[in-house]
Design a binder for this molecule. Structure first.
Ligand SMILES: C[S@@+](CC[C@H](N)C(=O)[O-])C[C@H]1O[C@@H](n2cnc3c(N)ncnc32)[C@H](O)[C@@H]1O
Length: 324
């Protein structure tokens, strides 16, 4: 990982970085398993280990929700869009090798979300179908992305929603989207039809679809931003966790990266376990978990509501969280 020294960053750059003191202080919190683990000993921790070594040592049927954001390309684990289509079969086999290990760890009512891009998505679908009930493919719009000279710019990613059985939780009311009403229709008596008038404008709570256009990829002025190259937005995790788990449930992330899943689980009153092979990313996750104690906010999710991107209320929330 290449860290830009803090002194070279723009003054308003809020990217979270680690000091040597942070590393020394946080390192003892990381776990490495060498024998089957009791849940009490590993809950709310970060396991610094290869996923293939850690998963067989986790207890049976402990996870209520799995969020899996694996590398999209085995050759270059990060930030690459150069997936070789000839290797899709090999990628699928690799996915199957850890999905098989996860199956034992998930409760019968558990859900699993698996991230990918347009190239890896077919392999995810086929691999996940072997172990789980595939329920949906969520596509989310990435605002960022490099333009291509001879192709369409890639500006979306997928998250596959699967469940271990037909008996699963889905809290639809917890993930409704607050959308601005373009044509505010009124009843004959002048009352709004399915929307509310407020100081910030007219808004309606809408059912969440599988097309998510309200997310911002973490960028330098956001407090959740780190130097991890493929960090997921906390708002994305909040939707997944609120829809598919209850307070106190256990959220497991086998490819934790900078810790988004554990951090949002903690912010939303869930328990968590994260597995990550890279020590620096484990420590970043631990630092973010520490900061939850003083700032449990999630950008774009306020007052129990997900706000459409760039709505006034969301902007106010962002600017007030910047000044905290
Ligand atoms: C796509 S990133 C996850 C990003 C994460 N969702 C976040 O928001 O920061 C994938 C992560 O999996 C980790 N990883 C890759 N192979 C692994 C393995 N065999 N065992 C454990 N972690 C692994 C990488 O180090 C990387 O941080």
């Amino acid at each position: 990982m290449t860290n830009t020294p803090q002194s070279k960053r723009a003054p308003r750059n809020r990217t979270l970085t680690l000091s040597d003191d942070d590393r020394r202080r946080l390192k003892p919190r990381l776990q490495t398993l060498d024998a089957p683990a009791k849940l009490d000993a590993i809950v709310n921790t970060t396991i610094h280990q290869d996923v293939f070594k850690a998963l067989p040592l986790l207890p049976d049927a402990c996870a209520d929700l799995v969020f899996a954001d694996p590398p999209y390309n085995l050759k270059q684990p990060f930030n690459s869009v150069n997936f070789n289509p000839d290797e899709l079969q090999q990628y699928q086999e690799w996915l199957e090798s850890w999905l098989a290990l996860l199956q034992r760890i998930m409760k019968p009512g558990a859900s699993i979300y698996i991230c990918g891009d347009w190239r890896s998505s077919p392999a995810i679908y086929h691999a996940a179908s072997k172990f789980f009930k595939v329920r949906n493919r969520i596509t989310w719009e990435r605002e960022k992305g490099r333009g291509a000279k001879a192709n369409w710019k890639n500006s979306h990613e997928d998250v596959w929603f699967c469940t271990a059985s037909n008996d699963y939780c889905f809290n639809v009311d917890a993930v409704k989207l607050k959308r601005r009403v373009i044509a505010p229709y009124k009843h004959d008596d002048g009352q709004p039809k399915d929307w509310n008038a407020g100081d910030d404008g007219n808004f309606r709570l809408t059912h969440p679809s599988n097309l998510w256009t309200d997310l911002s990829v973490p960028f330098w002025s956001m407090p959740e931003n780190t130097d991890h190259p493929t960090q997921k937005p906390e708002k994305l995790l909040a939707k997944v966790i609120l829809a598919s788990s209850h307070p106190d449930d256990l959220v497991l992330d086998p490819f934790l990266g900078s810790g988004a899943a554990s951090v949002v689980a903690k912010k939303l009153g869930r328990r968590y376990i994260g597995i990550e092979q890279n020590e620096e990313y484990c420590l970043l996750a631990e630092r973010r978990l520490e900061l939850v104690e003083t700032d449990p906010t999630i950008q774009g999710y306020t007052g129990g509501v997900f706000w459409e991107r760039n709505t006034l209320a969301q902007q106010q929330n962002q600017s007030s969280s910047k000044t905290r």
